[in-house]
Design a binder for this molecule. Structure first.
Ligand code: H2B
Length: 101
């Protein structure tokens, strides 16, 4: 069973990835993205989907035209783990800051 991030690890992660915020119970992180149009949003989602499938770690997300909402959590651990950190880092690495909603 994968371990949850410690409080210190979570604080460090949020400092490293300032676009992401935790929910009140600190069991997930969330970020909103806004793209030029649906084509860009769906292209982004496709890249995230391929990575998620490779990692066997999947986002909760929604898309409305050019907006994408992503929540990351590790169901198996009922909280945040290094898998969420890795996927969030990947997502940020393929996203320009202008995609912040
Ligand atoms: N994604 C997320 N976010 N959390 C999980 O615990 C998880 C997953 N578990 N994707 C994986 C799939 C598991 O169900 C399969 C069987 O490996």
């Amino acid at each position: 069973m994968i371990e949850k991030l410690t409080a210190n690890e979570l604080t460090a992660l949020l400092n490293e990835l300032p676009g992401w915020k935790t929910d009140d119970s600190a069991t997930s992180i969330h970020r909103s993205f806004k793209f030029a149009d649906f084509n860009e949003a769906f292209g982004f989602m496709t890249r995230v989907a391929i990575k998620a499938q490779e990692m066997d770690h999947h986002p909760e997300w929604s898309n409305v035209y050019n907006k994408v909402e992503i929540t990351l959590s590790t169901h198996e651990a009922k909280g945040l783990t290094s898998r969420d950190a890795k996927l969030a880092r990947f997502i940020d690495s393929i996203t320009k800051t202008s995609a912040d909603a």
